[in-house]
Design a protein around this ligand. Structure first.
Ligand code: HEC
Ligand code: HEC
Length: 156
């Protein structure tokens, strides 16, 4: 019974996020082409607006690469990200905003063992498409999961 109550509490906390994990329908094409070329076009709800502002302000030195875009695209992408941002701020302690080190992401991925993150087909948490077969289209539902080296099954 105690277990059931905890599960219900978790469910009660979920609705603010349910269905909120992927790419919104109105995602500009430029977001997928410009921000989805090196990694998946990450769901904007996974960072807060202030984090996206920092990310967009530092694109010329973006995680060791130059991810700059022209001024017009920059304005359009920033407006989109600010509009669709979530409430979870990036975890502190990284020079550039990251959600993969944040509590929510870590908790959602707690079933992934360390050896899977190190698998050459995965190479760390930012390679969403290694496991989420719909990541290119911004879909992260359990039905499209296929985790290398892990017999992952949907929860009952
Ligand atoms: C030239 C390649 C390149 C482009 C283009 C690019 N990125 Fe990145 N991005 C990277 C690399 C490299 C990392 C670090 C990946 C890692 O640590 O595994 C990264 C990481 C990130 C992260 C942090 C992910 C985490 O760990 O939580 C965010 C957020 C991000 N990028 C957003 C963007 C946005 C927004 C755009 C488009 C404006 C963009 N990126 C375009 C290369 C790129
Ligand atoms: C090594 C495989 C792997 C990688 C890489 C990975 N994930 Fe996941 N992801 C999972 C697993 C396993 C779950 C847990 C599914 C569950 O039990 O609900 C999950 C859950 C999620 C969920 C919650 C889905 C839901 O409907 O509750 C989201 C959102 C998500 N991942 C986004 C991402 C994003 C964005 C990236 C890349 C930055 C990423 N994941 C990288 C394996 C992975």
């Amino acid at each position: 019974m105690k277990h059931l109550l905890i599960s219900l509490a978790a469910l009660a906390a979920a609705p603010a996020w349910a269905g909120d994990h992927g790419l919104p329908a109105n995602t500009p094409a430029a977001y997928k082409t410009e921000c989805g070329s090196c990694h998946a076009a990450f769901p904007p709800a996974l960072l807060a607006a202030s984090d996206w502002r920092r990310t967009m302000a530092g694109l010329d030195k973006h995680f060791g690469t130059d991810a700059s875009v022209d001024a017009r695209t920059h304005a359009a992408l920033l407006a989109f990200l600010e509009r669709q941002a979530g409430r979870r701020a990036a975890s502190p302690g990284t020079a550039e905003p990251r959600f993969t080190t944040g509590a929510w992401f870590v908790r959602e991925h707690r079933e992934v063992p360390p050896r899977v993150w190190k698998d050459p087909k995965v190479m760390g948490p930012t390679n969403c498409a290694a496991c989420h077969k719909g990541a290119d289209q911004g879909r992260y539902g359990e039905r499209e999961l296929s985790v290398p080296g892990m017999a992952y099954r949907e929860h009952d």
